[in-house]
Write a protein that binds this ligand. Structure first.
Ligand SMILES: Nc1ccn([C@@H]2O[C@H](COP(=O)(O)OP(=O)(O)OP(=O)(O)O)[C@@H](O)[C@H]2O)c(=O)n1
Ligand SMILES: C[C@](O)(CO)[C@H](O)COP(=O)(O)O
Length: 403
């Protein structure tokens, strides 16, 4: 089982959004808000368990959400929340404490647009820093105002971040901090990072996503519907990639981010992972944005021996930065040996985690070249790949006529 669990808090009443029904159960597109949110975690390859914290009276609405999800296998039975967000998160942590995960993600049920890449980033940042939260630079000037409406201060804007969820933590210290806050009657923390700060833990901030809005006020639902409609107007593009490395002395090769024992190694500036290189070129091809060599020149010493995960992650980050969505990856390894079959599922799982796709959208195939050519003679290994993405029409400079 994965050592990562997600707690989705959805026990609020949505007073500020109005409409007489908790906002997480209002319909957005073709499903309740909460179904979108839970679906994002349930489909993420790295998340093993998803726990919803719901209102005591909301069991029927919650069941409706489940009926909108294609796969509910990783969803645990929901638990009841408390009177505050803090109390609801505490209820979720308490429910996980008997079989604690290493990392827990805490997310608002009312933030339905988080991307798979943000979940991947949150997990990586929590592994690296213990406590990590997504945040965006503030674009308005922020004032501190007293009860009479008088400005009492203007904080330096450069150091401010508007923070979001998923907030990601090593489970044990977050659980302990929540327990301590509860025992000491500290009940007014508005996010989990604040509890960790209060308990003396450093918290790292990584870039959030402008689209990861929290539905809070009535007008937010119009923005959310517009966001969904924009998604429907994305145009599909396909890119292809191809890569070759010659065999040399060594005892392993890297394929799709997995180290595979083999009687030979490869000659390469990086780790020589033909699968990740071909996939990186395929994503860059779909973006019409050069190739792996133009983004990571082999002449640059910093890429010497580099793990190729970062090349593919970079290409996918470029796609997201342009408002695009990665839909599917497909690669074929061409070699006489090593045999890819025994490693296929591990490779698919690793790639799924690197790019934040569900496993069902990552395909790995292999073929020999019938002993013909350089692969047939065992002189080297090759891979070809295709990436299917969706992009906003006319967003990239190279879409403009004449460019
Ligand atoms: N007692 C609470 C309060 C909030 N939440 C959840 O925490 C998230 C962020 O809270 P917020 O946007 O404030 O939601 P509400 O409390 O529902 O909104 P409002 O304050 O307008 O009533 C939401 O997904 C909400 O359902 C919760 O699980 N339990
Ligand atoms: C956790 C949070 O979403 C981070 O921005 C926010 O603090 C929740 O605040 P709310 O008052 O419960 O909406």
């Amino acid at each position: 089982m994965s050592d990562i669990a997600a707690i989705v808090v959805a026990a609020g009443r949505g007073e500020r959004a109005g409409a007489g029904v908790p906002k997480q159960y209002r319909t957005l597109g073709d499903a309740p808000v909460l179904a979108h949110t839970l679906g994002a975690f349930a489909a993420h390859p790295a998340v093993g368990r998803v726990l919803a914290v719901i209102g005591e009276a909301d069991a029927i609405q919650y069941k409706m959400c489940l009926s909108c999800l294609p796969d509910t296998r990783r969803l645990l039975a929901p638990v009841s929340g408390g009177n505050t967000r803090q109390a609801s998160v505490h209820a979720g942590l308490a429910a996980l404490a008997d079989t604690p995960p290493a990392i827990v993600l805490v997310h608002d049920g009312a933030r339905p647009f988080l991307s798979p890449a943000l979940i991947t980033e949150a997990i990586a940042a929590a592994r690296a820093h213990g406590a990590a939260i997504p945040g965006l630079p503030v674009t308005d000037t922020v004032k501190i105002v007293d009860e009479a409406g008088r400005v009492t201060g203007t904080p330096e804007r450069a150091g401010l971040r508007a923070v979001q969820t998923p907030q990601a933590f090593a489970f044990a210290p977050l659980h302990a901090a929540h327990e301590r806050a509860r025992a000491e009657g500290r009940n007014s923390f508005t996010d989990d990072a604040a509890i960790m700060e209060w308990a003396g833990h450093p918290v790292h901030v990584f870039p959030g996503e402008a689209t990861n809005m929290k539905l809070t006020r009535p007008e937010d639902f119009d923005t959310a519907e517009r966001h969904l409609r924009r998604d429907a107007t994305l145009v599909s593009r396909t890119g292809t990639g191809f890569d070759v490395h010659a065999f040399a002395d060594g005892d392993h090769v890297w394929l799709g981010g997995v180290k595979i024992p083999h009687a030979r190694g490869v000659i390469a500036h990086s780790d020589g992972d033909v699968v990740l290189h071909a996939l990186t070129d395929a994503v860059l091809g779909a973006l019409a944005d050069g190739d792996i060599g133009s983004h990571f020149p082999p002449s640059d010493p910093q890429w010497k021996g580099a793990s190729s995960d970062r090349f593919l992650a970079h290409a996918v980050a470029l796609l997201h930065a342009r408002g695009g969505v990665l839909d599917h990856l497909d690669a074929t390894v061409i070699c006489e040996a090593p045999k890819v079959g025994p490693h296929r599922e591990a490779i698919r799982a690793r790639i799924a985690v690197i790019v934040g796709l569900p496993l069902a959208s990552v395909s790995i195939k292999a073929t020999t070249s019938e002993r013909l050519g350089f692969t047939g003679r065992g002189e080297g290994i090759a891979a070809q790949a295709a990436a299917t993405v969706r992009l906003p029409a006319n967003r990239h400079p190279t879409d403009a006529p004449g460019v």
